[in-house]
Write a protein that binds this ligand. Structure first.
Ligand SMILES: C[S@@+](CC[C@H](N)C(=O)[O-])C[C@H]1O[C@@H](n2cnc3c(N)ncnc32)[C@H](O)[C@@H]1O
Length: 433
């Protein structure tokens, strides 16, 4: 079918919330065949997920006229109407979907959501009980039930339903985090916070939800992210990390190498180098030839396992960074630290530990997210951003002379985040300044 390839590409972009590219692929399909109602349906869904719900509802209404017997079109329309706050219209569209296909789980889930939006959790529970009779083994049905039970104040039942959802489908375990990120990307910060609160009510003590909720509330809970948060986040990301970062046009390891190279001597293979927060080892190929000894340290076993596969490090250590640095005084000629300061709020102790682990005159390269104002900020993404003064003060106190410059970091919601890069050297022995 004409445009099939473009539509497949659009679906892939939609699944990754790359709404601009998804819409472009759909429009390319429509350019070759303006009567392609499947492309129009997909474009409507993309507009809806991209937050243009009113426009999406109008577009999907037109598609429903063209394809009145397609239950999935009525679900898409019902979802757009629900999100636009047109609740009676949404319930009618979703009811039509169920008339056409009485088994369609997404229609049940959307109707239940509409009832929850109307603050009618009992009606939502009724709809979901009908859904579960048809789909007793589907994680999404139990996940939706958990949400409705929570809204009805039945917390223990809700936790049991949530556990069952995760048992049946592991992806349900991080669905609150994902939905919160989606809301946040669209600037719907209250909805993102509510999603994290619901997640935490179902999984009390979850390090990821606790950290993200503190960030969403703008509360700096500690001087750095908890170890448990880092491990849970990066163990989860480890398998797709390199591919994802390449999509985000992440080139910080290269950027740091370019900034550090003019400060290094000519001698190849002579340096003891630490890759601090090495992750999957994206920096390793860049530094291997310069290293007499290349050491990686990271908290996440999942990331370290990927780094080990490269067979480029002489040593890999599973350890918290500041603690590890304190255990290796004056051991390194160069420390590279790419995209790790974002998990530290107050970097004073970390910089002091880095200075202590560097030989006198040793070099350091770090990257941070730029905070335009003074000081630092814990962003709703769960990452910290640092201002020039904040990094400069901490570096000076630690006996590090860092030159700070701004360069691109990576894409976030299709916009390039500006990074603050610091390169320089240890100038005074620590504790003697
Ligand atoms: C965004 S990744 C960057 C990885 C790698 N430097 C790169 O450029 O691809 C951040 C890494 O820092 C690690 N990390 C964060 N906080 C840490 C800490 N306190 N101690 C050790 N590793 C930490 C994480 O586990 C993760 O692998």
């Amino acid at each position: 079918m004409a445009g099939a390839e473009e539509l497949e590409r659009a679906e892939c972009h939609l699944a990754r919330w790359q709404f601009r590219q998804a819409a472009e692929a759909c429009r390319a399909a429509l350019a070759t065949d303006p009567a392609n109602s499947e492309a129009e349906h997909l474009l409507g869904r993309i507009m809806c997920e991209a937050g243009q719900v009113g426009f999406a509802a109008l577009m999907l209404q037109r598609v429903a006229v063209l394809r009145p017997d397609d239950a999935t079109v009525w679900v898409s329309l019902g979802r757009a109407q629900r999100m636009a706050g047109e609740l009676p219209e949404a319930v009618a569209s979703l009811g039509r979907a169920l008339e056409l296909d009485p088994e369609l789980l997404s229609a049940f889930v959307e109707i239940a959501e509409a009832h929850l939006q109307e603050r009618e959790p009992d009606s939502a529970l009724e709809v979901l009980s009908a859904a579960l009779q048809r789909h007793p083994e589907t994680g999404m049905a139990h996940f939706a039930l958990a949400g409705a039970l929570l809204d009805a104040g039945r917390v223990l039942d809700a936790r049991a339903a949530f556990s069952r959802a995760v048992e049946l489908d592991g992806a349900m375990g991080v669905r609150h985090e994902r939905l919160a990120a989606w809301h946040r990307g669209l600037g719907r910060h209250d909805e993102a916070r509510r999603m994290l609160e619901a997640g935490l009510a179902l999984q009390p003590g979850s390090p990821e939800l606790e950290h993200l909720l503190a960030a969403a509330r703008g509360v700096e809970a500690g001087t750095r992210a908890e170890d448990a948060y880092i491990v849970s986040l990066f163990d989860r990301f480890a398998s797709g990390f390199d591919e994802r970062l390449s999509e985000l046009q992440y080139r910080t390891p290269y950027q740091l190498m370019e900034l550090l190279t003019p400060l290094l001597g000519e001698d190849p293979g002579s340096l003891d180098i630490l890759d601090a927060g090495c992750g999957t080892g994206l920096s390793a190929p860049l530094w291997r030839d310069r290293a007499r000894r290349l050491v990686g340290v990271d908290l996440s076993p999942g990331m370290l396992a990927r780094a080990a596969e490269l067979q480029l490090y002489d040593e890999l250590h599973e350890a918290e960074l500041a603690g590890y640095l304190a255990s290796v005084p004056e051991a390194f000629d160069l420390i590279v630290c790419a995209d790790v300061l974002v998990y530290f709020g107050d970097v004073s102790e970390l910089f002091a530990a880095m200075a202590g682990a560097l030989r006198p005159g040793g070099l350091l390269g770090v990257s941070a997210e730029l905070h335009a104002g003074d000081g630092r900020e814990l962003r709703s993404t769960g990452r910290w951003a640092h201002g020039h003064d904040e990094l400069a003060r901490a570096a000076e106190a630690a006996g590090l002379r860092l030159e700070l410059t701004e360069h691109p970091l990576r894409l976030e919601n299709e916009r390039m985040v500006t990074g603050l890069y610091g390169v320089g050297s240890r100038v005074t022995p620590p504790h003697h300044s």
